[in-house]
Write a protein that binds this ligand. Structure first.
Ligand code: 4AD
Ligand code: MG
Length: 464
């Protein structure tokens, strides 16, 4: 049996033990004195382990022909390393070659730096690189920390459906799910597509958010969260938008806007601390190679209180800041990324919770404030990334909800199960959605959400 390289580099295995590691060659260097140095990685931590291979091995010639990407099993003695840069190395007794790289000259991941765009086009091989390996470990650390955070606070993880008939956000960005034959669509008398003949008997879509389903469980279990894939047919070709992304959506009964604003702050601080504690190796790499402040800004984030500002006051700040924006600001407009970033980066110089947005730019489910003009919504906006969380208190009053549905031209019948929650033991409740890829992109300093998800789906790209 073999051991993960991270265990060896941690220093928990006794020096002089006999160990076996299995992994892939990152680099090979041969000395004139008849020793070959193999850097072997297995994905378990940032650093590879060095295997020192003497020419007394009977397959030494085979070893000195190994190239980046070859897979090997190395057995030998774990010793303290004399060389720079690593604490331990293996004095190899045997090197078993498991898989060779055919045509090393054309192996796309041969050890040299690649542009991030090149790596995107080789999504099946890019996890072998330093950078995507580090992203993958940090992403995993963040997922685990999120589950731990909610678990420690008594939240239940609910898996909400991926296929649904409801458009939670009402933005018309849903992907249709259908088994209908597009060449020979069944049509009704009026010429409409007859979804009665479709698999689900009605139009069905990939979900844009688990929130509405989440509300049903919060209305019984009190505190729940979802963590799953969501889908949006976003036409925006930006570094912050994916067609398939993961969302974390807590939903809390007996909670108002202030309560979930604090929950969002606590959660972000908790997961950032986890990354700083658990993934120093990867974060040091990001700070060196990707974003100078990758570590320092997380440390600052964990220390600082979030700022809070009402949308109305935010508009006043933006109107009077003397800065020329591409999108002009006035009360009633939705904040653009340039506005959010100005507030977080230049005005407050901290993460900001922007609250109480105009009702006309927000979804039907948000709770109306007494002023009749705004809803109890919030966005969390962070320096360097912009909107990372969107949430709200939900409208728990049936009459107000019904009036809102009608005003927005939505059909009551389509929301009968959602309305039932307001009929049977309704309670004030609130929740938010965290865009998980935006979080990972922020933490790692990777500029683009496409590089923090294994196989990004964007307009024109569903490869792999
Ligand atoms: O602000 P949004 O649209 O809010 C909702 O969907 C609510 N139903 C959430 C809730 O209250 N339970 O989306 C939430 C977050 C955004 O703040 C953003 O971080 C992320 O999801 N997001 C995207 N991330 C990547 N690609 C996209 N196309 C995204 N659209 C939203
Ligand atoms: Mg939003």
């Amino acid at each position: 049996s073999h051991i993960a390289i991270t265990e060896l580099l941690k220093g928990t295995v006794a020096v002089d033990s006999q160990v076996t590691v299995k992994g892939w060659i990152r680099t090979r260097r041969d000395s004139k004195a008849g020793i070959s140095f193999l850097a072997v990685h297995d994905g378990s931590c940032f650093n590879p382990i060095q295997a020192v291979v003497p020419n007394s091995l009977n397959n030494y010639d085979e070893v000195t022909n190994l190239t980046a990407g070859c897979s090997v099993s190395v057995t030998g003695k774990l010793v303290e390393s004399q060389g720079q840069g690593q604490a331990f190395e293996i004095q190899a007794d045997t090197v078993e070659v498991i898989g060779l790289v055919e045509n090393p000259d054309t192996y796309p991941m041969a050890a040299k730096r690649h542009s991030i765009e090149f790596l995107r086009e080789h999504a099946h091989l890019r996890p072998r690189t330093n950078v995507i390996g580090a992203v993958t470990r940090v992403r995993n650390c963040l997922s685990q920390a999120i589950h731990r955070f909610f678990h420690e606070r008594g939240y239940m993880w609910i898996s909400t459906p991926i296929i649904t008939a409801s458009d939670c956000e009402g933005a018309g960005e849903m992907f249709r799910v259908s088994t209908l034959d597009m060449q020979n669509l069944p049509l009704t008398d009026k010429g409409d597509i007859d979804y009665a003949e479709d698999f689900f008997g009605k139009e069905a879509f990939l979900t844009v958010s688990g929130q509405l389903n989440g509300e049903t469980y919060a209305s019984a279990m009190s505190k729940i969260y979802t963590f799953g894939p969501t889908f949006r047919a976003e036409n925006s070709n930006t570094s912050r938008h994916l067609a398939e992304f993961w969302m974390v959506e807590p939903e809390v009964a007996f909670a108002d806007l202030e309560d979930i604003a604090s929950l969002a702050e606590d959660m972000l601080k908790y997961v950032f601390k986890a990354v700083l504690d658990e993934r120093r190796d990867d974060m040091e790499f990001f700070a060196q190679r990707i974003e100078k402040t990758a570590i320092s800004r997380l440390e600052e984030f964990v220390e600082k209180d979030f700022a809070q500002v009402d949308y109305t006051d935010a508009i006043t700040i933006l109107e009077n800041c003397g800065k020329k924006f591409e999108f002009p600001v006035e009360w009633g407009v939705d904040l653009q990324s340039e506005h959010e970033r100005y507030l977080a980066e230049e005005h407050f110089k901290a993460p900001v919770v922007i609250k109480n947005y105009p009702r006309d730019i927000k979804a039907f489910y948000m709770r109306q404030n007494e002023d009749g003009k705004t809803v109890a919504a919030m966005d969390v906006v962070a320096p360097g990334i912009g909107e990372i969380i969107g949430g709200s208190q939900r409208e728990e009053r049936l009459d107000v909800l019904d009036a809102r549905l009608e005003e927005m031209g939505l059909h009551k019948e389509d929301y009968s199960w959602y309305r039932d929650l307001r009929k049977y033991g309704t309670v004030p409740h609130s929740g938010f959605g965290l865009g998980f890829e935006r979080l990972v992109a922020y933490v790692t300093g990777m500029g683009n959400v496409r590089d923090v998800i294994a196989f990004p789906r964007t307009k024109g790209n569903a490869n792999y």
